[in-house]
Design a protein around this ligand. Structure first.
Ligand SMILES: O=C(O)CCC(=O)C(=O)O
Length: 275
């Protein structure tokens, strides 16, 4: 994929997201799914709960996605040519298990300022209304950060169950993606997703987020990878890319990064979520 077209840039500006964008083939998405499922099989708890973050540090295929030139071209169109990867999340919804994402704004608790950053949601399986695709409240990114209730509710895949309450759900836009496609969304667009009602898993690999080198982490410490360009600001510690699948040194780094991330996500909260 090339850079975003004027129409795609306009969609992002007006609506707070752009979708769908082609990245890789269905065959490649199957290979990636197989690698995720191999990790789950060999290390049963590695990708669960706070382990679902930063799997690109232990999986060469997720690292390949994270640094994919097609994704970076589209990201460059939005945040400029100096790009850092500040983290990734696996959003997996298994069938027959309560799993949803309450409507929220990413910028609320993530501590990345200014908002020169964007999130890429990459479909490893198809993602549609039946299996709980993301839904966007179009145009909501133009408003300020909203109040979020902290629900800590069962089945909510967000750390605090953070929820914006006044969302006109019937007017939200479903982001329907085929495996190998992605969407990009703005830090302030309100979005969420419903239950998976299908009989297969829904797997989203989310680069959360690509940040410009001018973006600081104001709530704690997290390391980054340089994805493109140069970093004249040097606000963050740099980390490397995986040595091999489930490499011991990389597993340790992932754990360390995720411990730091928990500090950021729960800053000021007296309670922790179960997910
Ligand atoms: O995967 C989902 O359903 C929600 C993901 C999400 O909230 C995000 O990528 O910011």
């Amino acid at each position: 994929m090339t850079y975003l077209s004027p129409n795609q840039l306009k969609q992002y500006e007006d609506e707070g997201f752009v979708s769908p964008l082609d990245v890789f083939s269905k065959e490649k998405s199957k290979e990636i799914r197989d690698e995720i499922e191999l990790i789950e099989k060999q290390m049963p708890h590695e990708l669960e709960k706070d382990g679902r973050y930063n799997a690109h540090l232990i999986s060469p295929l997720l690292d390949w996605v994270t640094h994919h030139p097609s994704i970076l071209n589209t990201v460059e169109s939005l945040i400029g040519k100096n790009i850092l990867v500040c983290g990734t999340t696996l959003f997996i919804k298994n069938p027959n298990i309560k799993g949803f994402v309450s409507y929220h704004q990413d910028a609320k608790y993530i501590g990345l300022e200014p908002h020169n950053w964007v999130t890429a949601w990459v479909a490893i399986t198809d993602s549609n209304e039946n299996n709980g695709c993301m839904r966007m409240w179009s145009g909501s990114h133009k408003e300020n950060l909203k109040d979020h209730d902290q629900m800590f509710n069962e089945g909510n895949l967000l750390t605090r169950g953070q929820t914006v309450n006044d969302v006109p759900k019937s007017e939200t836009t479903p982001l329907i993606l085929k495996a190998g496609q992605m969407s990009l969304h703005h830090p302030k667009v309100v979005h969420g997703s419903d239950l998976n009602k299908s009989n297969d898993r829904r797997i989203g690999f989310v680069i959360q987020s690509y940040i410009g080198t001018n973006v600081k982490q104001v709530l704690g410490k997290n390391s980054v990878q340089l994805a493109r360009g140069e970093d004249k600001y040097n606000y963050h510690e740099k980390i490397g890319r995986p040595n091999s699948l489930m490499n011991k040194v990389d597993l340790k780094l992932k754990k360390q990064e995720n411990d730091n991330l928990q500090e950021i996500f729960y800053k000021g909260s007296s309670k922790k979520g179960t997910y």
